[in-house]
Design a protein around this ligand. Structure first.
Ligand code: ZN
Ligand code: ZN
Length: 256
């Protein structure tokens, strides 16, 4: 086995770094600059202005600012529909810097971030607010898809209840956010995005994922259809109790 960077043989029993189906010897790994997206000590790192170094593996799988985001996300709309969530017909996207996206989501005093996972630990890479999906510059496509699913769900619920965003912490909000986070988590699992599903199980750390754990444990013992029905019925009741009056859609008076 040879080191990806220096090509020297890595002796048996020596520790090494293993990722991207490549091995990097310990001396190289110790000093190597690393990709800000995946932390891999790439051979061909290129500086992305204002963000950091990007490796040869991430270049290419990363969503660029000229990519058609709707085209990337549209194939997952039927998946959302299975959870009773409807994507907007014409979603508006805006690219924002990490700092700005972080500020939209939390005012907490957080440690400085170097890598994308430092950011994802506290925030979503896609964030819905006031009719726009704000997107992190240079994210990998699995991140866009999974975080996009969460926030498309959020947008649908906001639209149905006349809300600009879902960030407040009433029982209505945490209930609904948890459900959307769980839908994104389920998508990550089914798409075998292992990294993203692991991240969504524990992050964001500041509570943006609401009552996610409740949905995850419910899913262990219940069929999806039953969970979706439970969500719909309870969301309605919680909206009545916890949202300000004059909530659009309340007069429908449907029971099921
Ligand atoms: Zn080496
Ligand atoms: Zn990388």
């Amino acid at each position: 086995m040879n080191c990806y960077l220096c090509r020297a043989a890595i002796p048996d029993g020596e520790p090494f770094y293993n990722d991207r189906e490549q091995q990097v010897c310990k001396p190289c790994f110790k000093d190597a600059p690393r990709c800000f997206i995946c932390r891999f000590p790439g051979k061909n790192l290129e500086e992305v202005e204002g963000l950091g170094l990007e490796c040869e593996f991430c270049r290419g799988s990363v969503i660029g600012e000229n990519d058609d985001l709707l085209a990337v996300l549209a194939p997952i709309f039927p998946f959302l529909a299975n959870f009773g969530l409807k994507a907007p017909a014409q979603p508006q996207f805006a690219w924002v810097s990490r700092a700005a996206l972080r500020e939209m989501q939390t005012s907490a005093d957080l440690p400085p971030e170097e890598f994308v996972d430092d950011f994802l630990r506290y925030c979503y890479a896609v964030y819905y607010n006031g009719g726009t999906f704000y997107c992190l510059r240079r994210m990998a496509s699995p991140t866009l898809i999974v975080h996009g699913i969460v926030q498309l769900g959020v947008a649908d619920i906001c639209g149905a209840h006349g809300l600009a965003n879902l960030s407040a912490n009433s029982p209505f909000h945490t209930f609904a956010r948890g459900f959307c986070h769980w839908v994104g988590f389920e998508a990550a699992k089914r798409l075998t995005y292992d990294l993203e599903s692991r991240q969504l199980r524990k992050w964001p750390e500041l509570g943006a994922q609401g009552e996610f754990e409740r949905w995850e444990s419910m899913a262990r013992f219940n069929k999806q259809g039953k969970i979706v029905a439970f969500f719909k019925a309870n969301l309605k009741a919680l909206a009545r109790r916890h949202l300000d009056d004059a909530v659009p859609g309340q007069s429908e008076n449907q029971t099921s």
